[in-house]
Design a protein around this ligand. Structure first.
Ligand code: BMA
Length: 845
């Protein structure tokens, strides 16, 4: 039942007349619905917001869709029509209101909406919010709503086949649709090279009825201008009013409250702008550059005895994307509060294909993990979702800049009127919803669709002129003007990768724009190939590994547990990926001795690849100003490029990221028979320090040592040491028996790195015994002490089903030198259980 909501209540109170203004209330239709399969036997309870697949799991109709290859036999779910139904009550007061709207924040995807049996609307875009006038279809008392969700595949095929240009997308598995580009639905629901195919359906966002005589605030957007005198904010409040009339609009931020009388027009075209000045602003900084101070901005509208309020958080910062021509091409970097920021981060994909069952804790865990690894930028990739508000609120809080793609990926898209109209509604809604988030750095038209212009067979080539014109019309002709209108405070970037709006040519130009570099993974190039890549901003590159045995245990049975098995291949969506991992392992490491060792070595391999690339790109600063690896998170338990597993568990790469993304690092590289050592700082302060460069045996017997004093200007990156390798006087055999360690302190930061003169597989590492003990600390954490009899590399502690974070993992143990690490479990665990579950690996024989 709707909360009583009387429009204007006059109450007598101590002889004074008090006018009470009532909050607009919304009758939520979230909760239990009934869902039935059209022409089928299934009739079960459904949760709204939710997705049918999840309801079927809860009802016991289908098993875990991620288990083994259940995906294949569960395709019927997405191929069925599902009828959602429920009743709701309205009072006669509700029914007499000026406006009665049905509001659906997101329906996935092709659906018909009926109220009391009457067709109200059809929808075919999961990224738009609907607000439907149902006043003439409802009645006091009991009402009925039905949402009929149709299979998307049929519609995709129908539209694709009818389209006048050959823009068929591609499928990697026989059960995937071919024309997934024709319908506005998350692209990765058709399956991707890291995820399964489930054409999800459901009322996946909030649904409610808004009955009002007054007005509601739909969105608040904000522009800021920073001057010496403070910050001028211009807040635009988007208001939908039931009537024409005078209203009071107030806005408060910090200690400033502004109240004004405004004139509202009936309908949702009211945009009222309020200027607010803030003296002595507390600035917001990206992670690693300062604090993330957020101000509450509350807007309230009152009219016709009703009020509505909306609160947002905003951080005050100036923000620029600098693309300036220079002798080397054109720069590409972000400047926040006047400071050039070297972007360090990762690409984000949906954290579960069934978005509505993903809880905020999981999203927060993953984003906090990114921030803990010194990341300052997350790219929301264009084949997934415009993420929920909580995602962006968390990025605001953590100082994670967001590179926001619009949801288009790796394909060509139609540009007929209906499609462009739908896209325009989508883009307008999403920008208005997200614009106020301080963390959003950029609006990017798509993922790799500009590259996709060059793909396809002769049919495509024959039509390339028309195809490019359509591409241009969609991104530069439709979306770009909307970005300019809705959010002039941010830059639009047509595609990732590209060279700028309307600047065609090689999208991966090394001298300008952003680039995606994939040859080490997709073309089997050696890791050293990274050294030939000199981008201005690397927004994608990656190398795969397997998820932990614990993660795979949840989706496999005993006989699947071999990395070449059919099921392990099913959970690997990059063609030939498992073999590729094995091949690369054999290039750098010794052949693994079994299933668990293969998984462990794949994670070591991933570290070796990504660390090598990132350190190189950090050494190229300020020519290169960003390195965003592919990918942060996983959509299901699988082999993939992620540094976090499906459940949020840190792979070894995530621990490595915490080290190679640290604000100050030293790194080593062999160039032209020299060994070079570089010091790189992302801190906006001068730093002094020194490091020792030590050549020693693998038994840690010192052979040569040099101390280098270090002075770094703010944000500086420079070479601090260079020596001909032959001058170390090492024979080929000796090269297999030595380590070069760089360690010291720069400013207050400890730095450490190491270098070996031969591939790891040729090192004379010895069999070792690693002993460990665990002590419980008072705060639910544990201290691990490890000691190895010999030099042990990539030492990796596993804690079984107990997930948690170590102060470091995947580290080096010098012979007989104990090291201590703190382990913080995600949920409480007994020490006995940890002792039972602990397993330690190293690459030693
Ligand atoms: C990039 C991404 C994704 C893909 C990844 C791995 O091109 O944009 O489309 O999953 O590479 O191949």
């Amino acid at each position: 039942m709707m909360q009583p909501m009387i429009s204007l209540v006059k109450a007598k109170f101590k002889n004074k007349k008090i006018y009470m203004v009532n909050q607009i209330s919304r009758l939520s239709l979230n909760g239990k619905w009934l869902v039935s399969q059209l022409n089928g036997k299934i009739k079960i309870k459904a949760s709204v917001p939710g997705l049918i697949h999840h309801d079927l799991i809860i009802a016991g109709v289908v098993d875990n869709p991620y288990f083994r290859d259940n995906e294949i036999e569960q395709q019927w779910v997405g191929e069925s029509t599902w009828v959602y139904e429920r009743e709701f009550n309205l009072t006669s007061t509700d029914c007499q209101k000026e406006n009665i709207f049905l509001c659906c924040d997101g329906i996935d995807t092709i659906a018909v909406i009926k109220v009391n049996g009457i067709h109200i609307a059809s929808t075919d875009n999961m990224f738009i919010a609907l607000k439907l006038d149902i006043k003439s279809f409802i009645k006091p008392g009991r009402n009925n709503i039905q949402i009929i969700i149709k299979p998307v595949k049929i519609e995709m095929e129908k539209r694709g086949k009818a389209y006048h240009l050959p823009i068929k997308a591609f499928a990697e598995k026989p059960w995937q649709p071919l024309y997934w580009n024709m319908v506005r639905k998350s692209m990765c629901h058709r399956g991707w090279d890291w995820g399964p195919s489930f054409l999800t359906q459901g009322i996946y966002k909030n649904i409610y009825i808004e009955c009002k005589n007054g007005a509601v605030i739909q969105y608040i957007t904000c522009k800021q201008s920073h001057t010496k005198k403070g910050v001028d904010i211009s807040a635009s409040v988007f208001i939908d009013s039931a009537i024409n009339g005078k209203a009071i609009l107030s806005a408060s931020i910090d200690k400033t409250i502004i109240k004004k009388e405004i004139q509202l027009a009936k309908g949702n075209d009211n945009v009222i702008t309020i200027p607010i000045h803030i003296n002595n602003p507390k600035l917001w900084w990206p992670n690693g550059y300062g604090d993330q101070f957020l101000y509450d901005l509350i807007a309230k509208v009152e009219i016709n005895g009703e009020s509505d309020e909306k609160k947002i958080n905003i951080g005050l910062r100036s923000f620029e994307l600098i693309t300036e021509k220079n002798s080397n091409g054109e720069s590409f970097f972000f400047k926040v509060n006047g400071v050039p920021v070297f972007a360090k981060g990762s690409n984000w994909i949906p954290s579960d294909i069934f978005d509505s069952r993903l809880n905020n804790n999981q999203i927060e865990w993953e984003l906090k993990s990114a921030a803990a690894a010194h990341q300052n930028m997350i790219r929301v990739w264009g084949g997934g979702l415009y993420e929920r508000d909580f995602f962006y609120e968390t990025c605001d809080r953590l100082g994670l800049l967001v590179w926001q793609d619009f949801m288009f990926a790796c394909a060509l898209y139609p540009v007929n009127e209906a499609f462009l109209d739908s896209v325009s509604r989508e883009v307008t809604h999403q920008i208005r919803r997200l614009q106020h988030h301080t963390s959003i750095a950029l609006w990017c038209g798509n993922n790799e669709c500009e590259q996709a212009l060059a793909w396809g067979g002769p049919e495509r080539k024959e039509n390339i002129g028309a195809i490019i014109a359509e591409y241009d019309k969609l991104y530069n002709g439709t979306i770009f003007p909307l970005v300019k209108k809705e959010d002039p405070s941010r830059r639009f970037w047509t595609s990732s990768p590209c060279n700028g709006v309307g600047v065609y040519g090689e999208p991966n130009d090394q001298h300008r724009g952003d680039t995606h570099y994939w040859a080490v993974w997709h073309a089997n190039k050696p890791f050293t190939d990274y050294l030939t890549v000199t981008p201005r901003f690397n927004s994608e590159f990656g190398f795969q590994s397997f998820a932990s045995p614990e993660t795979f245990d949840s989706v496999t049975i005993e006989r699947d547990r071999n990395i070449s098995s059919y099921i392990m291949d099913h959970h690997q969506r990059s063609n030939g990926g498992n073999t590729r991992i094995l091949t690369h392992i054999s290039n750098y490491f010794r052949i693994p001795t079994g299933y668990e060792d293969s998984i462990y070595l794949s994670q070591v391999l991933q570290v070796a690849a990504i660390k090598f690339g990132v350190e190189h790109w950090r050494r190229l600063k300020p020519y290169t100003m960003g390195t965003i690896y592919w990918q942060l998170n996983d959509i299901w338990p699988a082999a993939s490029w992620s540094s976090l597993e499906y459940d949020g568990r840190w792979k070894m790469l995530h621990y490595a990221a915490k080290k190679f993304f640290a604000p100050v690092i030293v790194s080593c590289v062999e160039v032209d028979n020299n060994i070079e050592i570089w010091a790189t700082s992302d801190l906006n302060e001068k730093l002094l320090g020194k490091v020792n460069v030590t050549l020693s045996t693998l038994q840690n017997k010192k052979l040569q040592q040099k101390t280098i004093p270090i002075t770094l200007k703010p944000l500086e990156n420079k070479k601090v040491f260079s020596k001909k390798i032959f001058s170390f006087g090492l024979s080929e055999a000796e090269k297999r028996a030595v380590q070069l360690v760089v360690a010291g302190k720069i400013g207050k930061y400890s730095v450490y790195n190491s270098h070996y003169f031969v591939p790891y597989k040729f090192l004379d590492l010895e069999k070792t015994k690693i002993s460990w003990s665990i002590k419980e600390l008072h705060n639910g954490s544990f201290e691990y002490t490890l000691v190895s009899t010999k030099l042990a590399l990539f030492v990796w502690i596993r804690t079984g089903s107990t997930m948690g974070i170590f102060s470091d993992n995947g580290f080096t143990l010098q012979p007989d030198l104990p090291r201590r690490f703190v382990f913080t479990p995600r949920t409480k665990v007994a020490i006995a259980e940890l002792k039972r579950a602990t397993v330690v690996h190293s690459i030693n024989p």
